[in-house]
Design a protein around this ligand. Structure first.
Ligand code: PEP
Ligand code: MG
Length: 585
């Protein structure tokens, strides 16, 4: 058993990849050996850099900016002063061999990271290890670059996979699944596997030590199950489950190119939430009509340095062009609290309520300005909408819009083509929801972020399992809030979207139709089922249901009413135990 990292079932032959750590030799140098040792160290860095450059070139042929950014980050780490100076100092002053000096320098850098508890920084420690390992391998003359590619459908089993490994393996586009001993749901392997729909299970402990090339192996990435050497019966069961899953998906995809229009003629746009440009083909394959939420902070978190305006521009232009003429809603950085770039970690007692989202950006203009300028320039290449996260009042919206307009003028004065896109806000703070009637006059659209809106409305920390039972999208207070936001948008004549997890749950479709939401934004693979429910529903039934719900009192009563209505209208469509809502988000 491991962690379910990317859904889907795969049955195939194991292809173990040895990524075990090398044993680092330790030796004392004679004074005369110090100079040559420093040279040997420098040569190893150059060799490692040349290898990564080659990896990058191969990956660039098919992979997107995310993988390239990771490889670039590794190349930067190779040249990092802390690493180079510290290792050189150890060679020169402590007369230790280069391999040992590299290990100690890496340990010191990782020490600085280990005080930071969150998963993201843990993942960066894996990147630092990867870089150190590569230098040591070169010192030992063991850097193998050309590896035999796995056969079609092979199941990659490894202690760990570096982002560069994953990128290269997927370059072949034939991987059946990934299984790693270590890792979390936010590992790059997991993110990339999900984006490209390759099943993955991570954190299996020590499977890589047990699997032998050619062993049969079953991977269920939805449940985190891995069976090494399954019995014939187990293999047959999983093969059958895999076929059922694929058939089910294929059937749902039959409506891919049809609109999400209800029986009584109401059309809802079904669009995607993305974190990386790599997810676009997957989104389109599931019938996404555009992007309703592009979480740009991920662009920023996977690295140590700040993206400059040019990089913002190129990234957004690529996304816009890939989707044009479909709309792309780019959310400005929702940074702050626990989502800060490396080196900018600020301690906050309660990060969810701290300097986050638009508040953080308005306070850190050196980070905000290049992002906005990049967006304004990219805007001429597609159908861009910009949206600001964590808005709590009109003053913030006005400040952000003023800045956007100023930057547009500035660009034009510089002779650069730029266009102010349509501007919206995330409605995810109760204060903003309460002001929806006023805010609707300030912006072009709303997008309701239920993950945070429910967290703040119910006073429950999204990360805290003890209060997860209170995460109830159908709580009357949430429902009333949603209704007020949607009514305010309608009165002002602006569209309202929803991009929190609630939007992708088929169970809520009738309620959302009743609220009159124009656009639902979710993960690509959730689109087909939601579309099927929308196409079989009547918006008028949703309105009638909503009216009844608003007469009830407890979340339990409301959920029971929705459940019975859904079961009546869509018998067999939803699992009998269809979730009442996402557990956190
Ligand atoms: C939300 O809060 O619902 C949302 C979509 O934003 P995030 O999950 O990125 O906070
Ligand atoms: Mg949010």
């Amino acid at each position: 058993m491991g962690l379910a990292a990317s859904p889907g079932i795969a049955v195939g032959k194991a292809w173990p990849i040895d990524r075990r750590r090398l044993k680092t030799p330790r030796a004392r140098l004679e004074p005369g050996q110090v100079g040559p040792e420093v040279e040997r160290f420098r040569a190893a860095i150059e060799a490692a850099d040349a290898q990564l450059a080659e990896v990058r070139e191969k990956a660039a042929a098919v992979e997107g900016a995310e993988h390239l950014a990771i490889i670039d980050m590794h190349r930067l780490m190779l040249k990092d002063e802390m690493l180079v100076n510290e290792a050189q100092r150890l060679i020169q002053t402590e007369c230790v061999n280069a391999e040992w000096a590299v290990r100690r320098a890496i340990r010191k850098i990782k020490g600085a990271f280990s005080e930071l508890a969150d998963e993201y920084f843990k993942e960066r420690r894996a990147d630092i290890d990867y870089v150190g390992e590569r230098i040591v391998k070169n010192l030992l003359g063991q850097a193998t670059e050309v590896e035999e590619p796995p056969p079609d459908g092979a199941i990659i089993v490894s202690h760990d996979l570096s982002p560069a490994d994953t990128a290269l393996l997927l370059h072949e586009r034939s991987v059946g699944a990934f299984v790693t001993d270590v890792g979390t749901r936010t590992s790059h392997t997991a993110i990339v596997a999900r984006a490209l729909e390759v099943p993955a299970v991570v954190g299996t402990g020590r499977l890589s030590a047990l699997a032998v090339r050619g062993d049969w192996i079953v991977v269920d990435g939805s449940r985190g199950v891995v069976i090494l050497n399954p019995s014939a019966a187990e293999r047959a069961d999983y093969e059958a489950a895999r076929r059922r899953q694929l058939e089910h998906e294929r059937a749902l995809l039959a409506t891919r190119d049809l609109p999400a229009t209800t029986q009584d003629g109401v059309t809802v746009q079904l669009v995607g939430n993305i974190e990386f440009a790599e997810e676009i083909p997957n989104l389109l394959a599931h019938g996404g009509a555009g992007v309703g939420l592009y979480r740009t902070e991920f662009l920023y978190l996977a690295r140590q340095d700040l993206p400059d305006e040019e990089e913002h521009y190129r990234t957004y232009r690529r996304v816009l062009e890939a989707l044009a003429p479909r709309p792309v809603t780019i959310r400005t950085f929702d940074l702050g609290g626990d989502k800060l770039p490396v080196g900018a970690k600020a301690e906050a007692e309660n990060p969810a309520m701290g300097l986050r989202g638009l508040r953080y950006c308005l306070r850190n203009l050196e980070i905000f300005r290049p992002q906005l300028r990049g967006m304004l320039r990219a805007s001429v290449h597609g159908n861009l909408r910009v949206m600001f996260p964590m808005v709590s009042g009109a003053a913030e919206v006005r400040a952000a819009k003023r800045l956007l307009n100023e930057l547009c003028d500035e660009l034009r004065r510089e002779g650069v083509e730029a266009r102010v896109p349509s501007v919206g806000i995330m409605v995810e703070v109760p204060a903003a929801a309460q002001l929806a009637d006023r805010l609707a006059k300030e912006v072009d659209f709303f997008s309701i972020g239920t993950n945070d809106l429910i967290q703040y409305t119910m006073a429950i920390d999204r990360q805290n399992k003890d209060v997860a039972y209170l995460y109830r999208p159908l709580h009357l207070s949430v429902l009333r809030t949603l209704k007020f936001v949607c009514d305010s948008a309608r009165a002002a004549g602006i569209p309202v979207s929803m991009c929190g997890e609630m939007a992708g749950e088929p169970f809520f479709v009738l309620v959302l139709l009743g609220l009159g939401i124009h656009e639902l934004s979710m993960n690509g693979p959730s689109i087909p089922l939601v579309k099927r429910v929308v196409r079989e529903a009547r918006a008028s039934d949703g309105q009638a249901l909503l009216a009844r719900l608003l007469e009830l009192t407890t979340a339990g009563e409301i959920e029971a009413e929705v459940k019975s209505e859904m079961a009546r209208r869509f018998p067999g469509l939803l699992d009998s135990d269809a979730s009442i809502g996402p557990a956190g988000g």
